[in-house]
Design a protein around this ligand. Structure first.
Ligand SMILES: Nc1nc2c(ncn2[C@@H]2O[C@H](COP(=O)(O)OP(=O)(O)OP(=O)(O)O)[C@@H](O)[C@H]2O)c(=O)[nH]1
Ligand SMILES: [Mg+2]
Length: 445
C-alpha cells in the first residue's frame, strides 16, 4: 500500500532530526545551557506539531493543503478552469460598462469610497481595542495568548479588551481574564439576530450541504455562524461602538517578538486601514461562488471600487477569476470605519443575501480580504514584517536579522511562512513592488 506523506511534513521532520543531531553534538561537547534550551524548544515544537497533525480535521486539512500546494507548485491556478457562462456574461458587462471595476485604471468620480479616512484624526488619541470572539471552553488557550500579548505589547500601551461570545461568559472566565490584563476589559453577549439564520436561508438546504461538504469544518454549523459574524457583525456590537480601531485576537495564537511602538497610532498616522501578518490561499471548495457573487456586486456598484485597488493581488487575470489569495484574518489590525462604510455594508448584505455563508462555507478571511483589496487603495493595506506571529500551523517570523534582534524574537526564521509557495506574501511584495528581505529565495528552492 502506497503511503502518501506531505512534502512539508517530511521537510519539517528532516529539519527537526538534523537540528536535534547537531544540538546533541554541541551538548555532548559543551553541555552549554543555550543548546539545552533549544533541545527543549525543538522537542516542544515537534510534539505540538504531532498533536496538531493527529486530529482528524488537521489530517483532512493536510491532505487538502498537500493537493493545493502541489497544484500551486505546478503553476496551476483555479483560473485554469473554464469559466461558466454566467461569469463570462458578468465579466463582459462589467468590462464594457465599467472598465475601472476590473482594475483597468480608468478614472471615475466616486460617490463614496470606503477608505476615505479622516485626515483630521491623524496624530490624535486612538480609540482602539483588542477584540476576541471566544467560547468559555477556550479559556486556557486565550489566557496564554492574552498573557503573551501583554508581555510582548500591551503592558506598554494599555489598550482595552472586548471579549464576545454567543453564550454568556462564565464568572470564572471573566475573573481569569481580568487577572492577566493590564487594562480594562468588557465582556459582551452577541445578540441572537447576529448569530442565527436570516429568514431567506433555507435551513434544510444548509443542513444537506453540511452532511456532504468534504472540507475542513464542512460539517460545522457553528463555524459558519462564526464566519458570518466576523464578516458582518462584530463591528456592530454595542461594545465596539466607541472604537475606531481593533486588533483581532484568537486563542492559541502567539506574538514571537516585542512590539515597541503603538501599532494603532502608527496605522492612524500613516493612513492605513487594514494590516495583516500572514497571507494564504483559500480552499476553493469552500467558496465556489464567492467570486461570481462579488463580481455581481461590483458590476452593480462600480463606484465603490477604489481607483488604486489591489485587484492585481487577488486576481491574476484582471478580475476574471479569484486567485484565492487572502489575508489570514485570525490576526487583523484594522479600521472599524472600513467595515462600517456604506461600501462594505452593502457588500456584506449582497453576500449574505446570496447565502454562501451557509450553502457553501465562505470564510471571513476571503470576504474581508476581497473587500480590502477592492474598496481600499493599495497604500491603505499594510503587511507587518515586524510583528512575529503564530497561528497553527504557520508563522510570520522576521527574516530581517535586525528586526529579529530588535524585537527580541523567539521564533525560527527558517519556519517563516511568508515566502513559502502556499503563502501569498511573495505575491503581495511583487504587487506592491516592495524590496524582499534577504534570504527569501531559499523558501522557493
Ligand atoms: N463564541 C464562539 N466563538 C467561536 C465559535 N467558533 C469559533 N469561535 C472563535 O472564532 C475564532 C475563529 O475560530 P477558529 O476555530 O479558531 O477557526 P480557524 O482559525 O479557522 O480554525 P483553527 O485552525 O481551528 O484555529 C476563534 O477566536 C474562536 O475562538 C463559537 O461557536 N462560539
Ligand atoms: Mg483559529
Amino acid at each position: 500500500m502506497a503511503l502518501k506523506v506531505s512534502k512539508r511534513l517530511l521537510r519539517v521532520v528532516l529539519l527537526v532530526v538534523s537540528a536535534l543531531v547537531i544540538i546533541g553534538l554541541v551538548l555532548h561537547s559543551t553541555n552549554n545551557e543555550t543548546a539545552s534550551y533549544y533541545v527543549t524548544k525543538t522537542k516542544e515544537a515537534v510534539s505540538s506539531t504531532n498533536s496538531f497533525w493527529n486530529t482528524e480535521a488537521a489530517k483532512k486539512e493536510g491532505r487538502q493543503r498537500e493537493e493545493a500546494e502541489k497544484e500551486s507548485a505546478e503553476g496551476k491556478h483555479p483560473e485554469d478552469v473554464e469559466m461558466d457562462e454566467n461569469a463570462k456574461t458578468l465579466l463582459k458587462d462589467a468590462t464594457a460598462e465599467h472598465p475601472e471595476v476590473l482594475g483597468e485604471g480608468v478614472e471615475k468620480e466616486a460617490t463614496e469610497k470606503a477608505g476615505d479616512s479622516d485626515s483630521e484624526t491623524a496624530g490624535t488619541a486612538v480609540k482602539a481595542a483588542f477584540v476576541s470572539l471566544v467560547r468559555n471552553s477556550d479559556l486556557q488557550e486565550i489566557l496564554e495568548t492574552v498573557r503573551n500579548l501583554e508581555d510582548r505589547y500591551n503592558s506598554k500601551f494599555n489598550y482595552p479588551y472586548v471579549f464576545l461570545n454567543n453564550e454568556p461568559f462564565d464568572p470564572e472566565f471573566k475573573a481569569a481574564i481580568k487577572n492577566v490584563v493590564s487594562s480594562s476589559v468588557e465582556f459582551g453577549l452577541i445578540p441572537e439576530a447576529h448569530w442565527s439564520y436570516p429568514e431567506w436561508i433555507d435551513k434544510d438546504r444548509a443542513a444537506k450541504v453540511r452532511q456532504t461538504a468534504d472540507y475542513i469544518y464542512g460539517d460545522s454549523e457553528s463555524y459558519r455562524h462564526m464566519c458570518r459574524y466576523e464578516s458582518g457583525f462584530f463591528w456592530r456590537h454595542e461594545l465596539m461602538e466607541k472604537y475606531d480601531w481593533y486588533w483581532r485576537v484568537e486563542p492559541s495564537t502567539k506574538l514571537h517578538c516585542n512590539v515597541d511602538y503603538d501599532v494603532f497610532k502608527w496605522m492612524q498616522d500613516n493612513n492605513k486601514m487594514y494590516g495583516f501578518t500572514v497571507s494564504i490561499k483559500e480552499f476553493e471548495s469552500t467558496i465556489p461562488t464567492l467570486w461570481s457573487t462579488t463580481k455581481e456586486f461590483i458590476t452593480e456598484n462600480p463606484n465603490y471600487v477604489a481607483k488604486d485597488n489591489m485587484m492585481g493581488f487577488i486576481s491574476n487575470d484582471k478580475g476574471k477569476t479569484y486567485n484565492l489569495c487572502h489575508f489570514w484574518s485570525n490576526f487583523e489590525v484594522a479600521s472599524l470605519k472600513f467595515w462600517r462604510s456604506q461600501a462594505y455594508q452593502d457588500y456584506f448584505d449582497h453576500l449574505d443575501k446570496a447565502g454562501g455563508f451557509f450553502y457553501e462555507r465562505w470564510g471571513d478571511a476571503p470576504v474581508h480580504s476581497i473587500a480590502a483589496s477592492l474598496f481600499l487603495s493599495s497604500d491603505q493595506v499594510h503587511y507587518f514584517p515586524d510583528i512575529g506571529y503564530f497561528h497553527n500551523p504557520y508563522n510570520n517570523c522576521p527574516l530581517d536579522q535586525s528586526i529579529w534582534q530588535k524585537g527580541k524574537c523567539s521564533c525560527e526564521p527558517m519556519w517563516d511562512f511568508s515566502f513559502q509557495p502556499y503563502s501569498c506574501t511573495n505575491e503581495y511584495y511583487d504587487f506592491k513592488k516592495l524590496e524582499k528581505p534577504e534570504g527569501w529565495k531559499k523558501f522557493r528552492e
